[in-house]
Design a protein around this ligand. Sequence first.
Ligand code: MG
Length: 367
Amino acid sequence: MKIVRISVFAQTLPLRRPYELQGGRLRFEELDSTFIRLDTDEGVTGWGEGCPWGSTYLPAFARGIRAGIEELAPVLLGQDPRRTEVVNSAMDIALPGHPYVKSPVDIACWDILGKATGLPVCDLLGGRRPGAVAIQSSIPSDDPPEMLRTIERYHAMGYTIHSAKVGSDVASDIERIEYLAERMPPGCSLTIDANRAWTPDRAIRVMRATEAVDAYFEEPCDTYEESFQVRRATRQPIILDEIIHTYGDLLRAHRDRACEGIGLKPNRVGGLTKARRIRDFCVQTGLILNIEDTGGTALADTGAVHLAQSTPARYRRGTWFCHEMITVDPIIGGARNLGGMTRAPATPGLGAEPDPEFLADPMAVYQ
Ligand code: MG
């Protein structure tokens, strides 16, 4: 089987509400998503989506995906998409780095492998594990009662994992954390996610003041070194997210005992092939995982859910659904919200693909 055509589609995805990060670091009203369609000489077609959050929040940008695919197309044409490791090696030689460019290609290859073998992607990633995958809420930073109301709204819909965004001044963050922790609905787990907003001194002051609170603290600072400084001065469980880009990043974090868990986003690390390696290391070494994508429609979310579904429940904390934050739903099938939980589709491949009526003409076709 050979890849004979690569089609690239660019689509704007409007957000239901503008998204802002604390401190005016980021504000955006829509996402810029890229859909990749791979056609093969045997008539099997695969889809992948790349959608960096806010287009530029991470060291990734939406238009870079399209430019990167142009670079990669000559080495991808003629490859057997079922040989996912071989395809990844070819991409890494042709274009070192740039994992966000390779992710939609890699995911489309897994979609084809699933369709060619008659298996859902989760079965190819180690096998469907029992149980549903919890979806975590994303609670924008606000005054504490408003944040609690949002948590209660999600809880009423079945959500049990809540990611509360913080990162303003020390006193306000301490007040937020204590207020929410005291009033969490029964059976719920709380993450305090700073999204890199704190300097080490602020993180240490907030975390020392809230030591008695049962919560995970996620991505306190901008860099690994700053987060590790916080780690050594505090006692709470830490989840690293934005600063884990490669297997090597994870090895360093494990060597240093810098965290108890990570946020694993296939689009950030280069797709399902590389995300699976990272997942397997975490399971082997006892790190918990939030497995979700950086953004996009139900197509992107579904790829992450397949990886989560094949992760032992003990290590699998939750996923997050970007597709519920946008005003369009152009995907047929896919992992959907089943009362705060989700399951990977049972159909071969991803079990999700764009409605052809939604996509405009491809902006580029390589063949
Ligand atoms: Mg996070």
